[in-house]
Design a binder for this molecule. Structure first.
Ligand SMILES: O=C1O[C@H](COP(=O)(O)O)[C@@H](O)[C@H](O)[C@H]1O
Length: 245
C-alpha cells in the first residue's frame, strides 16, 4: 500500500540538507534491493539546493554511483550550456558523480530540431532502459520541485500537458514560466515511480502546497496529482507548510 507523508523542516537550507541525507539512504536501499537505482532529478530552487547538498554530503559515496541512472523530469529546451538549463544548474552535482560512474541521461538541448523530435529521442532513451514490454524504467525516487503555481516538472495548471494521457515525454510550448519551450515527462510517466518526493520551500509556495494537498486534480494543481506506488513524500519548510492544515 502507498503511504503519504509530510515532513516539515525549519528552513530551506535545513530542508535541502535533510533531503540529501534521506536521498542517499533511499538510493543505497534501492541498490541493495535491486542493484541499480533509477533517480529522477528536478530543477528549480529547491531541486538545485538539494543537489548541491548531495554533492557536498560527507556520506555521498555511500552510494555506488556506478550503479545509478540519473534521469530528468523536465528540461528547458535551450541550447547546450545555456545557464537556464536544469542540467547546467545542476553541473556541480553532475560533475561530482559522473567521474564516479553515474550514468546521466540529460534531456536533449535545443539544436534547431523541433522540441517534439527531442521528446521522442528522450522517450526512446527511457524505453531502452526499461524492462521488456515497458516504456520506461520503474523509478526508485522521483524528485519534483513544486512551483508557486503548483506546477511540477513542466506540467502547468490549465495547460494542455496535464491532459496528455499517453506517451512518456512531451514537448511543451507557450509555457507560462520562461523559457516558453520545454520538455517534460507526462503525468503517467511521473506516476511510474516507487517514491515521489515533492519539494517546496518559501512563503511563495504556501498556497500551492495547500491547494495541491486538497487534490483538486491535475488541471488545477499538477503537484497534487502525482503519487508514488510505495510512498509520496512532501518535503517542506515552515514557510511552505504555513497554509497547510
Ligand atoms: O522551471 C522549473 O521550475 C520548477 C520549480 O522551480 P522553483 O524555482 O519555483 O522551485 C521545477 O519543478 C522544474 O523542474 C523547473 O523546470
Amino acid at each position: 500500500m502507498s503511504s503519504d507523508l509530510v515532513l516539515v523542516h525549519r528552513d530551506a537550507a535545513l530542508l535541502a540538507q535533510a533531503a540529501a541525507a534521506r536521498l542517499l539512504t533511499a538510493v543505497a536501499d534501492a541498490q541493495a534491493a535491486r542493484g541499480t537505482a533509477h533517480l529522477v532529478l528536478t530543477g528549480g530552487r529547491n531541486g538545485n539546493a538539494l543537489l548541491a547538498a548531495l554533492a557536498a554530503h560527507p556520506a555521498r559515496d555511500a552510494v555506488d554511483w556506478a550503479h545509478v541512472e540519473l534521469w530528468w523530469g523536465d528540461e528547458r529546451y535551450l541550447p547546450a550550456g545555456d545557464p537556464e538549463r536544469n542540467a547546467v544548474q545542476a553541473a556541480a552535482f553532475l560533475d561530482a558523480v559522473r567521474p564516479l560512474g553515474a550514468r546521466v541521461h540529460e534531456m536533449p538541448p535545443a539544436d534547431g530540431a523541433p522540441a517534439e523530435q527531442a521528446a521522442a529521442r528522450y522517450a526512446a532513451e527511457l524505453a531502452a532502459a526499461a524492462a521488456p514490454g515497458e516504456a520506461l524504467p520503474l523509478f526508485d525516487v522521483l524528485l519534483l520541485g513544486v512551483g508557486p503555481d503548483a506546477h511540477v516538472a513542466s506540467l502547468f495548471p490549465g495547460h494542455p500537458g496535464t491532459e496528455q494521457a499517453d506517451g512518456t515525454v512531451i514537448a511543451v510550448h507557450d509555457s507560462p514560466k520562461p523559457p516558453p519551450t520545454r520538455l517534460s515527462l507526462t503525468l503517467p510517466a511521473l506516476h511510474h515511480a516507487r517514491q515521489v518526493w515533492l519539494l517546496a520551500a518559501g512563503q511563495d509556495k504556501a498556497d500551492a502546497v495547500a491547494l495541491a494537498r486538497t487534490s483538486p486534480g491535475a488541471a488545477t494543481a499538477p503537484a497534487g496529482a502525482v503519487t508514488g506506488t510505495e510512498r509520496t513524500l512532501w518535503l517542506l519548510d515552515d514557510a511552505a507548510a504555513g497554509k497547510t492544515a
